[in-house]
Ligand binder design. Structure first.
Ligand code: I3S
Length: 130
């Protein structure tokens, strides 16, 4: 809406493809399921979309790329590099929400994932100042 656009017009926006897995749901550890995700930051909300590879080919595949899988409220969240024990993969970020949900975000190209760290860190700080 116009209202939410005005409220969030100062917040940063970003979108791209990364690898992600959820690792905890409201404080409960869950099994990893790494998958590629079209990932969108808008209005202080991060949305991970479903992996297009998990869908059939053709038009259904294109449509599935824009099906949201997880929406993450960044207000009160924290983002940092994940410690080595969290994953054997390189360039892994750990995102923890206020509600105790945890996600890992990863990409082999370090600059891609460093950009996500910066934009999410800056967004979380901006939300703290409201
Ligand atoms: O932290 P874990 O349990 O070692 O995570 C690995 C598993 O999820 C594994 O699948 P299985 O549930 O079939 O064991 C995945 O294939 C690995 O990718 C996970 O570890 P990494 O280090 O890639 O995050």
């Amino acid at each position: 809406s116009t209202n939410s656009h005005q409220l969030h017009s100062h917040l940063l926006e970003k979108a791209g493809i990364i690898n992600k897995t959820k690792v905890a749901d409201h404080g409960k550890k869950i099994r990893k399921n790494w998958a590629q995700s079209w990932t969108v930051l808008h209005g202080g909300i991060l949305t991970f979309h479903k992996d297009p590879k998990s869908a059939p080919t053709g038009n259904a595949m294109k449509a599935s790329q824009i099906v949201p899988e997880y929406t993450v409220e960044l207000r009160g969240a924290s983002i940092s590099w994940a410690s080595k024990d969290k994953s054997s993969k390189k360039n892994v970020l750990e995102l923890k929400t206020r509600q105790g949900c945890e996600y890992l975000m990863q990409y082999d190209t370090e600059s891609i994932i460093s950009d996500w760290l910066k934009v999410m860190h800056d967004t979380i700080r901006q939300l703290e100042q409201e």
